[in-house]
Design a protein around this ligand. Structure first.
Ligand SMILES: C[S@@+](CC[C@H](N)C(=O)[O-])C[C@H]1O[C@@H](n2cnc3c(N)ncnc32)[C@H](O)[C@@H]1O
Length: 244
């Protein structure tokens, strides 16, 4: 059956309140097929990138970890597999995603909480490690989120983010955007008879800062030791930063 989800004329993604509502609606539709579609859209590379994120975390003894926009909990569980004595909290705005994360049959059992990543009900300087798989691009207000992440990390703590990448070079960015638009809309049509469901990825990426702008925003928020790795010819990137 076709879904009635619509991005409208795209302006909703520029408005934090409307973007929040759209995200919640869209991920509720996607949730039951999330694991499959992520594999398909990433050509099976998603779990490899997530492993790279986990492996890029420096050694840490009994860390407190926060996984932003945890979805069905892949990264939250991988944090526990890397740090068995850790305390891991996964948060997400979408109840359907949190429900699936809690249902997952795994030896690794993180805590989960329904929350907006920008309004975290936790004290400042709480976490040694903060992660986000496809979290930054989904944020209703990126600069505000970076500020919150900085506040919630302990001094010396690290934050790592995996997401689609917007290259600096405009011709490359346009070519990638076209390909991504085609690929995501195709699968939106196949799975939901609605190209806008996954077409959202390309639309939100078009409004996302390019890699250089993003680096500057991290630095303006106070982070240091910015490191970045690109995958799949620059379609996705992993970023690691530290709170001094
Ligand atoms: C593409 S999924 C990523 C899930 C998971 N991190 C992963 O890598 O598989 C993006 C997630 O962001 C969540 N999300 C979107 N906006 C959010 C917000 N403002 N606060 C918290 N979570 C949000 C969605 O509900 C969705 O589960």
């Amino acid at each position: 059956m076709g879904s009635t989800f619509s991005l409208g004329n795209g302006d909703a993604l520029k408005n934090p309140g409307q973007k929040r509502i759209l995200n919640r609606q869209m991920f509720a539709i996607i949730a039951p097929r999330y694991a499959w579609i992520t594999r398909i859209l990433s050509f099976g590379r998603d779990s490899y990138w997530k492993k790279a994120l986990i492996n890029a975390i420096p050694p840490c003894h009994q860390p407190f970890c926060l996984d932003l926009a945890c979805g069905t909990g892949d990264i939250s569980r991988m944090l526990l597999s890397r740090f068995p004595n850790a305390c891991v909290l996964g948060i997400d705005i979408c109840p359907e995603m949190i429900h699936l994360a809690k249902q997952c049959k795994s030896a690794y059992r993180p805590y989960y909480l329904l929350s907006d990543m920008q309004f975290l009900p936790v004290p400042d300087n709480s976490f040694d490690i903060i992660t986000g798989g496809y979290a930054l691009r989904n944020s209703p207000d990126l600069n505000a989120l970076l500020k919150v992440i900085f506040q919630k990390l302990k001094p010396g703590g690290v934050a790592l983010f995996l997401d689609f990448n917007r290259p600096l070079e405009e011709t490359k960015a346009l070519k990638q955007a076209k390909l991504l638009r085609f690929w995501t809309r195709l699968w939106g049509w196949i799975f939901h008879q609605n190209p806008e469901v996954y077409g959202y990825i390309a639309e939100s990426l078009a409004l996302f800062p390019n890699c250089e702008d993003l680096r500057q925003r991290f630095e303006s928020a106070g982070f240091s030791q910015y490191v970045r790795w690109e995958y799949l010819g620059g379609f996705t990137a992993l970023i690691k930063v530290t709170k001094p």
